[in-house]
Design a protein around this ligand. Structure first.
Ligand code: ATP
Ligand code: MG
Length: 736
C-alpha cells in the first residue's frame, strides 16, 4: 500500500516542522529579543533545505530523508529551543504549545494534500477499484438493522439506503449492495430505496448509509480518525516524534481498509447553546455528539421526534441542516495522577499554561454510585484543621458535609483551609470552582501552591463567563476524577464551590430545553441532579480497596434563609451542614460557624476518643452562653454563677476563633479545648486568649510531645490521662 510511504514521509516532515516552528517563535517574541532573532534567522535556513519530495512516492525517498544535513539542522534548532527555554518555563511552554498546534495543523494539511494526490493518480486506478470491491464486501458482511431502524419501520414502510463513493462505482458493486440491503429489509418485512451518490471530497473508498447508520470505508474518514488520534499525542520533542514515526510505520504496514461505523443525524435548530436534532436513532442520554465544525455537545433531552443537546463550545459555527454524528461514548474526562497540580476546565482540558496533559485513562462523567453493600461505615476522620469544625461538627472520610451560608461568610475559606490541612495526609483534593471569578480561582491556586498543597490537588475551573453547559457538567467531571482515585483505594476530598450556581446553570439549560419548571423555576429533577452527584461520595468496603470520597458541597443562602428550595434539598441529601452566620462573621467570630444550626450526622464516629469526650459538652455550653449573652444585652444585675458562665463562654468562643491558612493539629486542638473548658483560662484576659493559645501549643509541642501523642492515640480519656493533662496544664499556667 503506497499510502504508508506518503504518511511516513510526511511524519518526517513534521519532525522538522515541530522543531522549527520558527514563524511562531518569531511572532511571539517580535522584535523584542534581538538575540533570539539572530538565532531564528539561522533556524530559518532550515526552510531552505530540501523537503522530501512526495511524488512519485518510493522507498528511496524515505531512506534519503535523514540526510546529515537534516540531522544537523535539527540539532541546531534544538539548541535554539533550549536557549528560548531559558527565558522562563511558563512562557516557553506556551510558545511550545502554540508551535505544536501549528505544526499539527500543518502536518495534517500536508498529509491530506498528499493523500489526495495519491488517490488521483491514474496509475493507481486499478488498485482503487480493487479497494472498492474489498470495502463493499467488508461492509456487506457487517450490516444489520438497529433498534432505531426497526422502530422507524413501524411508522414508515421504506428505509433509505444511500451509497456514496469517491469515484464512480462499478455497476456490479451497486447491484451487489442493492441485493444485500433488499434482502436485509425483506427479512423484517420492510422495503428499501437505494440512492447512489458520488462525492470526491471522500478522496477514496465508499460509504453506505442505512437509516441513520453509516458504514464508512472512505479515506476521508480514515484521515478524520488519524487527525483525532494525533491530537491526543504529545508531539513534544524529537524522541516523541521518532516514536510516533515508529508506531505509525507499523500501523501503516498492516493497513487494510477499515470500516468505521457510526450514526448520523441532522441539526434542526441552534440557539443559546442548545441544539435540536433529528436522526441519530439509537442515541442515549448523556452521549457526546460531534458537529461538522468540530464542536461537541452532550445529549440532555430525547423526545419522540427530536433530540436536544447542549453545546460545549462555540455554537455560532453550527449551521442548521448540517450533519451531526454520534461519537459513541458518554461524556468523559481524563483521570489519573497527571491531573494533580493542574488547573483544568470542565472537560478536563488544561488551562494553566503547563502544556500537554499526559493522561492515560478517561472516565465517564456520570457513573453509578456505589451500592449499599459496597460501602463501609464512616470510621476515620478527615481533619479540617479548623477547631470549631473538628471539635463540633467533625467530618469523617466518605462523608458529605454541606457548607452553607450567605455570601462572603467564609465558605470558600473553610474549604481551602481543609485542602491545605491535607498536606502529608495522603488525601487527594479536587476543588471544583463553578461560576466563580477567574481572579479568585487564580488567587486560590497561588495560595495552594505557596502552601505546597497543589502537589495533591486538581482545580476544575469553570468561570462565571463559561457556558451553562460547562458549569453544569463541572461537578460531575470532578466526581469522575475523584472516583478514579477512590477505586484505586485512595482517599479523596472534593469541594463543589458552589452548588447554588450549579443549580442556576441547570435551571438555565432546562428552561432553554423547554422543560416544565417547578418551585423557584427550577426543573423538577434538580433534587435528583444533586443527589446523584453527592451519592457518589462514599467510603468503600475493604473488598473494594477501602478508598473514599469526602464531599464538601457549598451552598449560598440569601439572608440566612436555609428553607429555600435548593438549600433544603442539599441539606437533606448531605450528612450534615456547617452553617455560617453573617452576623457572627461581622462580629469578628471567624470562622462564623453557627453552633446551633450546624450538625455532622456521621462524623462523630470518626473523631478521636479523647476529642470526642472533651468536646461533648461544648455545644451545650456555647449555646447556653449565647443565650445568656443575648439576654444580658438588656442589662441587669447578674448573680455570680451567671457571671461565671458568661466569662467561661467568652473565653470558649474566643478560643474557637481561627485565622485563615492556619490549620491546627488535632491533638493540640484537643488540649486547647480541654484547657479552656476545664477552666484553666479563667484568669486569662479575653484579649490575651490568642497568646494563651499560641503559647499552649508551643508548650505542648516543645515539652510535652509524648503527652500530645497520647492524647492523639488514646482509646479513651481515663483518669490517668486526665491527671497527666492537669499536671501539664498546671505547669503551663504557672509560667504563663
Ligand atoms: P462568596 O459568597 O463570595 O463565595 P465566601 O462565603 O466563600 O464568599 P470567602 O471568600 O471564603 O467567603 O471569605 C470572605 C472574606 O472573609 C475573605 O476576604 C476572607 O479572607 C475572609 N475570611 C474568611 N474566613 C476568615 C477567617 N477565618 N479569618 C479571617 N478572615 C476570613
Ligand atoms: Mg466562595
Amino acid at each position: 500500500m503506497e499510502i504508508q510511504y506518503v504518511i511516513i514521509n510526511f511524519i518526517i516532515l513534521v519532525a522538522i516542522v515541530v522543531l522549527a516552528g520558527r514563524k511562531t517563535i518569531k511572532r511571539i517574541f517580535g522584535g523584542r529579543l534581538e538575540k533570539i532573532n539572530k538565532a531564528l534567522d539561522e533556524a530559518e535556513e532550515i526552510e531552505k533545505l530540501e523537503m522530501p519530495v512526495f511524488e512519485p512516492v518510493s522507498q528511496e525517498i524515505i531512506e534519503d530523508t535523514d540526510t546529515e544535513e537534516v540531522l544537523k539542522a535539527k540539532a541546531s534548532v534544538e539548541e535554539k529551543i533550549n536557549s528560548i527555554k531559558a527565558f522562563g518555563e511558563r512562557e516557553y511552554s506556551e510558545i511550545h504549545r502554540q508551535m505544536i498546534e501549528d505544526a499539527r495543523k500543518e502536518l495534517f494539511s500536508v498529509m491530506k494534500e498528499n493523500v489526495v494526490k495519491l488517490f488521483s493518480y491514474e496509475k493507481y486506478a486499478k488498485e482503487i477499484k480493487a479497494l472498492d470491491a474489498q470495502v463493499v464486501d467488508t461492509i456487506l458482511a457487517d450490516i444489520r438493522l438497529t433498534d432505531g431502524d426497526m422502530s422507524y419501520l413501524k411508522h414508515h414502510d421504506v428505509l433509505y439506503v444511500t451509497v456514496t463513493s469517491a469515484f464512480p462505482l462499478e455497476k456490479e458493486l451497486v447491484d451487489k449492495i442493492d441485493k444485500a440491503t433488499t434482502e436485509l429489509l425483506d427479512s423484517v418485512g420492510g422495503k428499501t430505496s437505494l440512492w447512489v451518490l458520488e462525492d470526491n471530497t471522500l478522496i477514496g473508498g465508499l460509504k453506505l448509509r442505512i437509516g441513520d447508520t453509516v458504514y464508512d470505508g472512505t479515506v476521508s474518514e480514515e484521515l478524520y480518525h488519524f487527525e483525532k488520534n494525533m491530537n491526543h499525542e504529545p508531539i513534544m520533542d524529537d524522541d516523541t516524534v521518532s516514536l510516533l514515526i515508529q508506531e505509525f510505520t507499523q500501523k501503516a504496514e498492516e493497513f487494510r481498509p477499515k470500516i468505521h461505523k457510526y450514526q448520523l443525524g441532522r441539526v434542526i435548530s441552534v440557539s443559546d447553546g442548545i441544539c435540536w436534532m433529528d436522526g441519530l436513532a439509537d442515541i442515549m442520554y448523556g452521549e457526546v455528539v460531534e458537529f461538522e465544525c468540530g464542536e461537541k455537545g452532550m445529549v440532555l433531552d430525547i423526545q419522540q421526534n427530536r433530540i436536544g443537546c447542549v453545546i460545549f463550545g462555540e455554537f455560532a459555527h453550527i449551521e442548521s441542516y448540517s450533519r451531526v454524528r454520534r461519537v459513541g461514548r458518554i461524556a468523559s474526562v481524563p483521570v489519573g495522577d497527571a491531573l494533580l497540580g493542574r488547573v483544568v476546565d470542565a472537560l478536563g482540558k488544561p488551562i494553566d499554561a503547563m502544556g500537554y496533559l499526559p493522561y492515560e485513562k478517561r472516565r465517564p462523567i456520570e457513573f453509578k454510585a456505589p451500592a449499599i453493600l459496597d460501602r463501609a461505615p464512616v470510621n476515620s476522620p478527615l481533619h479540617t484543621g479548623i477547631k470549631a469544625i473538628d471539635a463540633l461538627v467533625p467530618i469523617g472520610k466518605g462523608q458529605r458535609e454541606l457548607i452553607i451560608g450567605d455570601r462572603q461568610t467564609g465558605k470558600t475559606a473553610i474549604a481551602i483551609d481543609t485542602i491545605i490541612n491535607q498536606k502529608g495526609k495522603n488525601t487527594i483534593c479536587i476543588y471544583v470552582a463553578i461560576g466563580q471569578k477567574e481572579t479568585l480561582v487564580a488567587e486560590i491556586k497561588e495560595k495552594l501552591q505557596a502552601k505546597g498543597a497543589m502537589d495533591y490537588t486538581t482545580i476544575i475551573a469553570v468561570p462565571a463567563s463559561a457556558s451553562a453547559a460547562l458549569q453544569y457538567i463541572a461537578p460531575f467531571s470532578g466526581a469522575a476524577m475523584a472516583e478514579h482515585f477512590m477505586y484505586e483505594g485512595k482517599d479523596v476530598l472534593i469541594v463543589y464551590d458552589d452548588l447554588s450556581k450549579h443549580a442556576v446553570a441547570y435551571r438555565e439549560l432546562s428552561l432553554l430545553l423547554h422543560r416544565p419548571s417547578g418551585r423557584e423555576a427550577y426543573p423538577g429533577d434538580i433534587f435528583y441532579l444533586h443527589s446523584r452527584l453527592l451519592e457518589r461520595a462514599a467510603h468503600l468496603s475493604d473488598e473494594l480497596g477501602g478508598g473514599s470520597i469526602t464531599a464538601l458541597p457549598i451552598i449560598e443562602t440569601l439572608a440566612g434563609d436555609i428553607s429555600a428550595y435548593i438549600p433544603t434539598n442539599v441539606i437533606s441529601i448531605t450528612d450534615g451542614q456547617i452553617f455560617l452566620d453573617a452576623e457572627l462573621f461581622n462580629e469578628g467570630q471567624r470562622p462564623a460557624i453557627n453552633v446551633g444550626l450546624s450538625v455532622s450526622r456521621v462524623g462523630g464516629a470518626a473523631q478521636s476518643p479523647v476529642m470526642k469526650k472533651v468536646s461533648a459538652s461544648l455545644r451545650t455550653r456555647l449555646a447556653q452562653y449565647r443565650e445568656l449573652a443575648e439576654f444580658m444585652q438588656f442589662g441587669s444585675d447578674i448573680d455570680d454563677a451567671t457571671k461565671a458562665t458568661l466569662e467561661a463562654g467568652k473565653r470558649l468562643t474566643e478560643a474557637l476563633k481561627q485565622g485563615r491558612y492556619s490549620p491546627i493539629a488535632d491533638e493540640l486542638q484537643t488540649v486547647l479545648i480541654y484547657a479552656v473548658s476545664e477552666g484553666y483560662a479563667k484568669n486569662v484576659e479575653v484579649k490575651d486568649m490568642e497568646r494563651f493559645e499560641k503559647e499552649l501549643y508551643r508548650f505542648f509541642e516543645a515539652e510535652k510531645a509524648e503527652l500530645s501523642f497520647k492524647v492523639k492515640s488514646a482509646k479513651k480519656l481515663d483518669d490517668t490521662l486526665k491527671t497527666e493533662l492537669n499536671k501539664a496544664l498546671d505547669e503551663f499556667i504557672e509560667r504563663f
